[in-house]
Write a protein that binds this ligand. Structure first.
Ligand code: ATP
Ligand code: ZN
Length: 284
């Protein structure tokens, strides 16, 4: 049985649940109100925690794995392993200042008071850059600190930037881009590692599927070599004869990132009746 911690409620909750659901894992009873939920079709138990507690619980082995923001992982600095980057919960970690404050590069931060809940990340960054600022470690509502006169700048996570705007602040430095991570304890016993690997296999199958499209087209046989050259494919495209003499159907898998370009080139190369189909799962 693998115990995995996810955020009990908040910005990571829905996506974490969706991650497990897309991996085919069915959680018994409505998970949102409970502290734990057991999967009915996979050896997994989900524990719902505050995100800030997850790295420590993972390090201590109270849970085997967890889903938590990179911002929290870096700040807590526990000995855990990062297993996977999950592609949701994206935000930036930024220094922001009042709109009208003068800023002309990092040196402008010297001697300023910066409020943050991310003491460690900010301290490390400023030390690395040889900036001497005064850090005010506070526990929340960082963005109102400048207007209260508590600080000259803040360091915090920023999603859309609307909170900054609403508080009359502007971003002056981005220290890092964060996303949700799958983390695990420093060394899992083999039976738990095996379950984690099975989970990872499913996450990868979903990710690959989302990053690719299945494409089908018809083409005159004379055009097939040109068309094959355009198709990056998993191995080589499938070529099947059509009932119509001299024509074939070609099937292939194309990365999402390039499929529009490929589509245009295929058309120019003589492909007709091109169909693009989403892929549900993909194992490479
Ligand atoms: P908890 O009650 O679990 O302590 P929280 O209030 O600390 O929750 P949330 O606001 O729910 O945290 O955010 C959880 C995580 O979501 C953040 O640590 C960050 O990794 C991520 N995140 C993604 N987008 C945003 C955003 N726009 N603003 C803040 N956090 C974001
Ligand atoms: Zn939190």
């Amino acid at each position: 049985m693998l115990r995995i911690a996810i955020q009990k409620s908040g910005r990571l909750f829905e996506d974490s649940i969706a991650l497990l659901r897309d991996a085919g894992i069915v959680l018994g009873s409505s998970p949102s109100r409970l502290l734990r939920a057991q999967a009915s079709n996979f050896p997994l138990e989900v524990i719902f925690l505050r995100d800030d507690d997850i790295p420590e619980y993972v390090e201590e082995g109270v849970v085997d794995a967890g889903v938590v923001g990179e911002n929290v992982v870096l700040e807590k600095n526990k000995s855990i392993q990062i297993i996977d980057r999950l592609g949701f919960g994206k935000c930036r970690m930024c220094i922001a200042m009042p709109k009208n404050a003068k800023y002309s590069g990092l040196e402008s931060l010297n001697n300023l008071r910066i409020a943050t809940t991310y003491n460690r990340i900010l301290t490390d960054f400023l030390a690395k850059k040889h900036i001497r600022a005064e850090i005010h470690a506070i526990s929340g509502a960082v963005e109102i600190a400048p207007s209260l006169g508590l600080a000259d700048a803040i360091f915090d996570i920023v999603g859309t930037g609307s909170t900054l705007l609403a508080n009359g602040l502007r971003e002056v430095e981005t220290l890092l881009e964060s996303e949700a991570l799958l983390i695990a304890g420093p060394s899992l016993p083999p039976d738990k590692q095996e379950i984690l690997d099975r989970l990872l296999f499913r996450l990868n199958a979903n990710r690959n599927a989302k990053g690719h499209r299945y494409i089908l087209m018809n083409a005159p046989n004379a055009r097939i070599p040109d068309i094959i050259r355009l198709l990056p494919g998993m191995k080589s495209p499938t070529v099947l004869p059509l009932a119509l003499e001299g024509w074939s159907s070609l099937h292939s898998v194309v990365p999402e990132a390039i499929f529009w370009d490929v589509l245009e080139q295929l058309k120019q190369a003589g492909a007709e009746g091109i169909l693009v189909i989403p892929i549900e799962r993909m194992i490479v």
